[in-house]
Design a protein around this ligand. Structure first.
Ligand code: ZN
Length: 225
């Protein structure tokens, strides 16, 4: 690949979203500018929007609740689409929780329109002239802090643990669209430690200087002796 400059960081304003197209081998760095913000993330095969990043298949592939550096995210057809090649945060992210949508805020008692991650995802994709075939609630929730309790079953929803400037970098394994939402949630306390206020984040498209990292294949059970 030619030496192509990395893009300058682009702001994703608090409560809003942005989508972009990546070529295989490029990467997206998501920067938690203030350290307090949860960012919802979706991805699609650029040539077939029926193939999309799938949290349930990703958990099977990695045999983990949430990917760590070196793990890949896979699609609804179980092909690698993104690989986490860097993470300068404490590594606390979530694959369990549904993205927020308008109905979620209605159920939380909001009586007027509330911005939400699903609408942000659609707006971001529309701005590229692309219409996703469906709303997928299963986003990768970057910097979101969901903890399984000691009973192995109960979940606790907690504020982010990241610091200002923490980032994760996701490398595209196929030409794809990626949509991000700086989550507008301001009722359930997921943003930051104290004030639960949605804030801006930044994204940067990287075209080189990435850590060498092969895609790991899917987990398979060890053969019996
Ligand atoms: Zn949200």
């Amino acid at each position: 690949m030619q030496n192509e400059a990395d893009s300058s960081p682009i702001t994703v304003p608090a409560r809003h979203g942005k989508a972009m197209r990546l070529r295989a081998g490029q990467a997206l760095r998501i920067i938690n500018t203030h350290g307090t913000q949860v960012v919802d993330c979706w991805a699609w095969n650029a040539y077939d929007l029926d193939e999309f990043m799938c949290m349930e298949a990703t958990r099977v592939w990695n045999q983990r609740l949430c990917p760590i550096v070196g793990d890949s995210f896979v699609t609804s057809r179980r092909n690698a689409i993104l690989t986490m090649v860097e993470d300068t945060s404490p590594g606390v992210h979530d694959t369990f929780m549904a993205a927020c949508d308008l109905r979620r805020y209605e159920l939380l008692g909001v009586k007027t329109y509330h911005r939400n991650c699903c609408d942000n995802m659609m707006e971001g994709m529309f701005s590229l002239g692309v219409t996703p075939p469906r709303r997928n609630l299963a986003s990768f929730n970057i910097f979101m802090n969901i903890r399984v309790q000691n009973d192995g079953n109960t979940l606790h929803t907690l504020p982010t643990e990241s610091k200002p400037g923490d980032s994760i970098t996701l490398r595209a394994e196929m030409d794809c669209f990626v949509a991000l939402s700086a989550c507008p949630q301001d009722i359930v306390k997921i943003q930051g430690k104290n004030d639960n206020t949605p804030r801006d984040v930044a994204v940067q498209i990287l075209s080189g200087n990435l850590p060498e990292m092969a895609v790991r294949g899917p987990w398979v059970p060890a053969a019996e002796a």
